[in-house]
Each structure stands twice: as structure tokens, then as C-alpha cells.
Design a protein around this ligand. Structure first.
Ligand SMILES: *Cc1c(COP(=O)(O)O)cnc(C)c1O
Length: 397
């Protein structure tokens, strides 16, 4: 079969691939502990499920407007007002089949050959591929662990040239869990404003934060940036709704209309039933979110401490999301059964083969020294998994 060359430019999502491999090993009866998951391990709250059941029973099962129902757009508009102090109208909101779909469509309508798109590394695995598929060029800005994996303003300034179209920004970050403070955002905003580039801000982990420092959306910090900013968010992570596939984008009307237009020629509307469920998620009782975040926080506190207790290991304390991104590189160069562990991929294979622990190699996120572990799994699994990792590492010579 002759496939279009475009498909050879990208790779399958590695996080989804690792989860699938771990699940296949489990199905064969192997006692696998999975730290690969990019989704909450909690069930979708019951009030949300009930809203979906009601939607089915009420016959709300037909096409809706391509960019989402007015009801859901209004709920999203209220969310921006209360949570972020931002005002949008319906023409500035589009609902997609997940935040990934919003990002994909945004890239399709904004980027083309000759455009450079800045991506902060460590980055979410999909950003470079989503840009590459448009013909645009991803430009990776590598941050340092000693800077808390945060982009420095001088680094941003130095990367911008005539070809730079946009920056894709993600705070709290997947994989590092880093969240920028208001001060840090302001400094980056000034450069974005001055240079006139666009910013696509992926705020999907907005509600999963642990410290006393509040979350700020970029345009809440510097209102003048609003005409250059698109915020992407969704219900997947905050409400344990990954399978429902509802995400959204908010930004200038011209951009949002173009996303709606391209959506009208691919998916049409997101699922009607999931839209009803999302209205309940956004407008309904929020107490489950707090409970989930409290549980994530306990696990984070434990896993960071446990990993830092392993010799030659260092792990930053993440501010948000549900991942840790420890540095395993002091174990590279060591040998097991005659085979040298050279990089994050060898290390991940070693952990899976030796002690049945599934992790995601940091190389997939642009940082080969590190490994991503998701703590969206039970405390029991976390305790046993970290114990196994510590044990496996002692076998390396
Ligand atoms: C999970 C995730 C998404 C995608 O969320 P969906 O709404 O399920 O498509 C987007 N960005 C980041 C950084 C994520 O981790």
C-alpha cells in the first residue's frame, strides 16, 4: 500500500503505546505496576455520569452545532469568568473532541511551511508531531532541571526571529509538573507582547495543583496579551473524564471560527452526550475535584520522598499535574547481564523486563536524563513500584 509521506513524519503517541504494552503484559498474567498512565485513576464522578444518562434518556443524541452547544459554551464562559477573571463570548469558544483535538485543529489553521513554533522542553509528547504535520517546524527550547524546568525570559527572547509564529506553553507541565508563578508569567508575557507572536497555552492541569501558589492563566496576568493568546483546556484531567473526549479552546474570534470550520470538515460536533456531561462537570458540585487533588497530593509527597531516598537519584517536587520526572542519568553507563544502560529508553526497558515496572522514557519528552512516572495509581502500587525500582537499580554494576 502507498501511504502519504506525511504519516512517516510522525510516531505513535509513546505514552499510549507504553500503557498498551503494560496492559498486554498484565493480560498475560505478569504482575506489572504501571507508572505510564496519562490519566486519573479515579472514576468519573456520579453526578456527571447521571447527566449523561439523562441526556440519552431525553433523546439528546443528535448532531449539535459543530463548535459545541450554547449551553456548554456558556458553562465554559462562566468558568473563565469565575476561575480566571477572563471574559469571552460564544464566538470566542470552540468545543472539540478533547484538548488534543483543539490543539491539532489550532495547529492546522495557524501553521504552515516556513513557520517556526516554539515548544518548551520537557514537552508533552504530542506538541512536536502536531506541529510537524502542518509543515511547520517545531523549535525546541530546552530548560534546565536547576531552573525547575522553567523557560527563562532571555531564552525565549533569543529564540524569536521573523519566522516565529507561536509558542506552545504548558503550565502545570506534563511531564515535569512545573508551574510558573505570576512573576515568571509576567516576564514571559512582556516578550510575547513585544514580539507579537501567538501563544497557545495548554491549561489542562489548571485544577490539579498542590501548593499555596494559585494558578494563573496568561491573559489573567497580562490582559493586553488576550488578542495574541489561545487557551486550551478540557474536562479530561480535572474531572477524570479522559474517555468522554471533550476539550475546548478560547481565543480571538477569527481563530476560533477557523477551528470550527476545520472541525466541520473532520469530526463535526463533539459527542452530544459528553457535552451534557461536561456541562454538569463544569457547573455542578466541585467537591470531587478537591478530593482527587488531595489524594494526588498525598501520593506526590510520598513518591518524591521515596525516589529521593534512592542513591544517585534526584527528583524535583512538582507543583501540579500527576507526574514526577526524576533524573536517572547517574545510572547510565552501568551494566546488567553484559548490557549497558545507555539512555532513558534502555532504562525503561530494563525496569519493565527486570521488575515489571512500566515507566515512560524522558527522551520522549525531550529530556533523556529523566524518566516520567505517573502517580495516577494507588498508594499500594506506588510503594511497591518504587521499592522494585530501587531494588532493580542495585543490580546494575
Ligand atoms: C492529557 C493532556 C492533554 C489532552 O487532553 P484531552 O482533553 O484528553 O485530549 C493535553 N495536554 C496535556 C499536556 C495533557 O497531558
Amino acid at each position: 500500500m502507498m501511504l502519504a509521506s506525511r504519516i512517516s513524519l510522525i510516531k505513535p503517541s509513546p505514552t499510549l503505546a507504553i500503557t498498551a504494552k503494560a496492559n498486554a503484559m498484565k493480560a498475560e498474567g505478569r504482575d506489572v505496576i504501571g507508572f505510564g498512565a496519562g490519566e486519573p485513576d479515579f472514576d468519573t464522578p456520579d453526578n456527571i455520569k447521571q447527566a449523561a444518562i439523562k441526556a440519552i434518556q431525553d433523546g439528546f443524541t443528535k448532531y449539535t452545532p459543530v463548535g459545541g452547544t450554547d449551553e456548554l459554551k456558556d458553562a465554559i464562559i462562566e468558568k473563565f469568568k469565575t476561575d480566571n477573571g477572563l471574559t469571552y463570548n460564544r464566538g470566542e469558544i470552540v468545543v472539540s473532541c478533547g484538548a488534543k483535538h483543539s490543539l491539532y485543529n489550532l495547529a492546522q489553521i495557524l501553521f504552515e511551511e516556513g513557520d517556526e513554533v516554539l515548544i518548551v522542553s520537557p514537552y508533552w509528547v504530542s506538541y512536536p508531531d502536531i506541529v510537524t504535520l502542518t509543515g511547520g517546524t517545531p523549535v525546541i527550547l530546552t530548560t534546565k532541571e536547576e531552573d525547575g524546568f522553567k523557560l527563562r525570559p532571555d531564552q525565549l527572547q533569543a529564540a524569536i526571529n521573523k519566522k516565529t509564529k507561536a509558542i506552545i506553553f504548558n503550565s502545570p507541565s506534563n511531564p515535569s509538573g512545573t508551574m510558573y508563578t505570576a512573576e515568571e508569567l509576567k516576564a514571559l508575557c512582556e516578550i510575547i507582547l513585544k514580539t507579537g507572536i501567538l501563544v497557545i497555552s495548554d491549561d489542562i492541569y489548571e485544577k490539579i495543583i498542590y501548593g499555596d501558589v494559585p494558578f494563573f492563566a496568561l491573559p489573567s496576568i497580562c490582559p493586553e496579551i488576550k488578542s495574541q493568546a489561545v487557551i486550551v483546556n478540557g474536562v479530561s484531567k480535572a474531572y477524570a473524564m479522559t474517555g468522554w473526549r471533550i476539550g475546548y479552546a478560547a481565543g480571538p474570534g477569527e481563530i476560533i471560527a477557523a477551528v470550527s470550520k476545520i472541525q466541520s470538515q473532520n469530526t463535526s460536533n463533539p459527542t452530544s452526550i459528553a457535552q451534557k456531561a461536561s456541562v454538569e462537570a463544569i457547573r455542578g458540585d466541585q467537591s470531587k475535584v478537591g478530593e482527587m487533588v488531595a489524594t494526588f497530593k498525598e501520593r506526590r509527597d510520598y513518591i518524591v520522598r521515596a525516589l529521593n531516598n534512592i542513591p544517585d537519584m534526584s527528583c524535583l517536587n512538582p507543583d501540579g499535574a500527576f507526574y514526577v520526572f526524576p533524573d536517572f542519568s547517574r545510572y547510565y553507563g552501568r551494566v546488567y547481564n553484559g548490557k549497558e544502560i545507555k539512555n532513558s529508553s534502555d532504562m525503561s526497558d530494563f525496569l519493565l523486563d527486570e521488575v515489571n515496572v512500566a515507566v515512560v522514557p524522558g527522551g520522549e519528552f525531550g529530556h533523556d536524563k529523566n524518566i516520567r512516572l505517573s502517580y495516577a495509581t494507588s498508594m499500594k502500587n506506588i510503594e511497591e513500584g518504587v521499592r522494585r525500582i530501587a531494588d532493580a537499580l542495585t543490580r546494575l554494576k
